[in-house]
Design a protein around this ligand. Structure first.
Ligand SMILES: Cc1cc2nc3c(=O)[nH]c(=O)nc-3n(C[C@H](O)[C@H](O)[C@H](O)COP(=O)(O)OP(=O)(O)OC[C@H]3O[C@@H](n4cnc5c(N)ncnc54)[C@H](O)[C@@H]3O)c2cc1C
Length: 480
């Protein structure tokens, strides 16, 4: 009875929940702000909450307006942002779902929050929930790791549970961080010699401690990205800008020098947003070096080893150089997990042979060789930014395409490459970069009404207070 009364107003309860969670966090209602950020006006906050609420109502209606009698055993490998969201959608849309998730992880992390842990905005416990609470009702969860997949006979090998067969496969194991590809540091020694990385939950916590000490004591801070495709390309830039602002907040800016090294030939490759980003680095006196890879770190002497590549005519010239540092934030190379390579599901030749991303059609997300496999999220070769914002758009389309395949039809849904990267430019502002495959801006409501080529406080509110509840209570539940 209680459920019948509450059912029609569930979207509004979600809005109310998000609103009060956020209000509690930021002490908006009594004017105090416990987080490490600038104050927020009630009017801005309400404007965004209304937009989020409308979005969630529309998304929920869309999510409920589809169903299929298709049958088949679906196995989802990897229950992270993409895997759990796929499970939630498929479980909703199939009248007789038969879904198994294989994932060893007991926790579901909101990884975009790692940057905010590393800058003291979030506490570590703000960004994770128990995985068991996100396995949709009726879905089987096997807590295990996949070791190989034989796509010819539709069979998965696992570490502890032997072989598992499937009719249809959703491949969403995320990516692998190859710590060993930066010489002199391993995952276990992360943080030694003040060399930090926020692409890891523990690493983010160590970064926050070290960043506070560095901005107090002063010295030279270096920041790098990497030469492979990596998740959230904005993250290294964000932590650099936040460190700079933290030093201004501490009134120690004149005691530190900062430098950003990118392996690309430009800082950012979405033309609508690049000019302002370059301007911000210039205004903050953070020089940028392009075409530079970090090769190694000597944590004893706090020295980083780099290589700069240049092309002169036909010739490619590699120049090694070293830089001493006091604080280093580096980004290790990344790839698809090893088992993807071993299963013959990723690139074996061409530009991604080393990184081995799963080969899918960039519009339908169906595997190029095996038509009973869809893959999305970080492990896939979709030529867009590896972000959960992108996954939010990929999931409903990939799920519908999988259902079409189960029904013996052609997959008809087409993903346009939408991704978003909220680049935090200081405590209180975010440059909200939203774009598609063509690297054209593609602003979502209500931002389409604003000039998003510049950083804004409204986007900061979205980043810090709205996106996390949207992830845990909307996306992972198959509602948004
Ligand atoms: C520091 C940082 C900042 C970020 N900032 C943003 C941001 O601002 N905005 C944004 O949208 N995105 C951001 N992202 C990116 C976003 O978090 C990822 O793109 C997203 O989480 C990827 O989802 P996924 O499901 O593909 O992989 P994941 O969420 O990583 O999930 C992969 C799952 O697969 C499981 N798995 C792995 N190997 C196996 C195996 N062999 N067998 C079974 N299971 C396996 C893992 O246990 C895991 O649960 C950020 C990420 C980081 C790290």
């Amino acid at each position: 009875m209680f459920y019948i009364i509450l059912y029609p107003i569930r979207p509004f309860l979600f809005i109310k929940y998000s609103f009060f969670t956020a209000c509690k966090n930021i002490k908006l209602l009594n004017g105090k702000n416990k987080m490490n950020s600038t104050p927020i006006h009630r009017r801005d906050f309400l404007r965004l909450m209304i937009a989020t609420g409308l979005l969630s109502v529309v998304s929920k209606q869309e999510a409920n307006a589809f169903s299929s009698k298709a049958k088949g055993k679906i196995v989802i490998v990897g229950g992270g942002a993409a895997g759990i969201s796929m499970a939630a959608r498929l479980n909703k849309w199939l009248k007789e779902p038969c879904i198994t998730i294989i994932d060893p992880n007991e926790r579901q992390y909101y990884q975009p929050g790692f940057t905010l842990i590393a800058s003291g905005v979030y506490e570590p416990d703000d960004v994770w929930k128990k995985q068991e609470d996100y396995i949709p009702k009726g879905v089987t969860w096997i807590k295990d790791s996949v070791t190989t997949i034989d796509p010819v006979i539709n069979e998965i090998s696992t570490s502890k549970n032997g072989k598992i067969s499937y009719d249809f496969l959703v491949l969403t194991p995320g990516l692998q961080i190859n710590w060993n590809k930066v010489e002199g540091i391993t995952y276990d020694t992360l943080g030694q010699g003040n060399a930090h990385c926020i692409y890891d939950f523990n690493g983010a916590q160590k970064t926050w401690k070290a960043m506070q000490e560095f901005t107090q004591s002063g010295g030279k801070g270096l920041f790098t990205d990497t030469y492979t495709k990596h998740k959230c390309g904005g993250a290294p830039k964000k932590i650099c800008l936040l460190t700079e602002h933290q030093s201004r907040k501490q009134k120690t800016r004149e005691k530190i020098t900062l430098g950003f090294f990118t392996a690309s030939n430009e800082l950012y490759d979405v033309p609508y947003f690049t000019p302002r980003l370059l301007e911000i680095y210039d205004e903050r006196n953070i020089p940028i070096q392009t075409n530079v890879k970090i090769k190694g770190i000597d944590t004893q002497s706090k020295r980083a080893y780099f290589e700069k590549s240049e092309t002169r005519g036909e010739e490619k010239i590699i120049t090694p150089f070293t830089e001493d540092y006091d604080f280093l934030h580096f980004t290790p190379p990344m790839s698809a997990p090893d088992f993807v390579r071993e299963s013959g599901l990723g690139w074996t030749e061409g530009k991604f042979a080393d990184e081995n991303w799963v080969m899918v059609d960039k519009e339908t997300m169906v595997h190029k060789q095996y038509s009973n496999i869809v893959s999305l999220g970080d492990c896939s070769d979709l030529p867009t930014s590896k972000t959960s914002a992108a996954i939010r758009m990929q999931v409903p389309l990939a799920a519908k395409n999988l259902i079409s395949l189960m029904e013996g039809k052609e997959p008809a849904e087409k993903y346009n490459g939408y991704a978003a990267c909220p680049i935090v430019t200081d405590y209180g502002h975010v440059l909200l970069c939203e774009f598609n495959y063509a690297k054209e801006r593609e602003n979502s409501f209500p931002f389409s009404m604003m000039d998003m080529s510049k950083e804004s406080r409204l986007a900061w509110i979205l980043k810090v207070y709205i996106l996390k509840p949207l992830f845990f209570y909307g996306m992972l539940r198959g509602r948004a």
